[in-house]
Design a protein around this ligand. Sequence first.
Ligand code: NAD
Ligand code: ZN
Length: 261
Amino acid sequence: MRAGGSDPIREAVRLLAERRNAVALTGAGISVESGIPSFRGAQGMWAKYDPMEYATLRAFLQSPRKVWEMLSEMVSVCGGAVPNAAHKWLAALEETGVVRAVITQNVDGLHQAAGSRRVIEYHGNMEELICVFCWKRYPTRERWTPGAVPLCDCGEILKPNVVLFGEPIPWLAQEQAEEEARTCGVLLVIGTSAQVSPACDIPRIAKESGAAVVEINTEPTPLTVSVTDIHLRGSASEVLRRLLEELSMDDETSPSTPSGH
Ligand code: NAD
Ligand code: ZN
């Protein structure tokens, strides 16, 4: 074990051990290593598609066929993606009782695929399509084929059951996420630029309710200088691997661990 208290990973491990009840808030950054582009940044979707033209409810209602150019890319990229090491380390943290829930802004289903059990999907998911006229829902794989727009039985164009700009957060997900934020001991904020509202309020709610905020991101974000207590800079997979490693070392060296009898 490394000595000294200034290593941010050790500090985060100390917080996780002391406060317990950690909750994770994840964003597009955790799925970048699965080959799903994030939205912001040079490689991001927004470099190719203007969000105001492609990602608002208004744009979908006005020009659904145009918006499906972007949506088709998302459906096929998400459909072909598999969980990366970061999703798996996070599921392992739940398995060992360190993390009790994952609130995700992602719509790719990769936390569940990696084995996370309590996942709150704040922005819905790509696995389902919904008709915004008659509210009928369908599994995406039943209605969507590459190059075509999926249609409802009523004849209208279906929308993925994800939250576009201008749409409300599903009420149950919002309630559950805020409850988790108010009652957690540590909020692990992983791979989000914290610029999408109201998801970006979750860290503040956690902080104001007494939680410590540990941020894992390759870059600083607006949270880093405002609510974050510890910024663990690096890729989600690398930082989570190191956290788990240090946590298991702590377990082995903890005085309460039985030592040979
Ligand atoms: P964002 O694109 O705004 O920001 C991504 C953040 O992840 C950035 O701060 C970046 O520095 C960081 N990052 C990039 N690679 C990383 C890595 N390997 N490890 C750790 N951090 C890394 O994403 P957002 O804040 O989630 O907001 C975008 C919105 O778009 C979300 O609401 C989400 O619903 C949606 N979205 C979802 C997916 C998906 O489901 N995988 C993909 C793109 C966008
Ligand atoms: Zn319909």
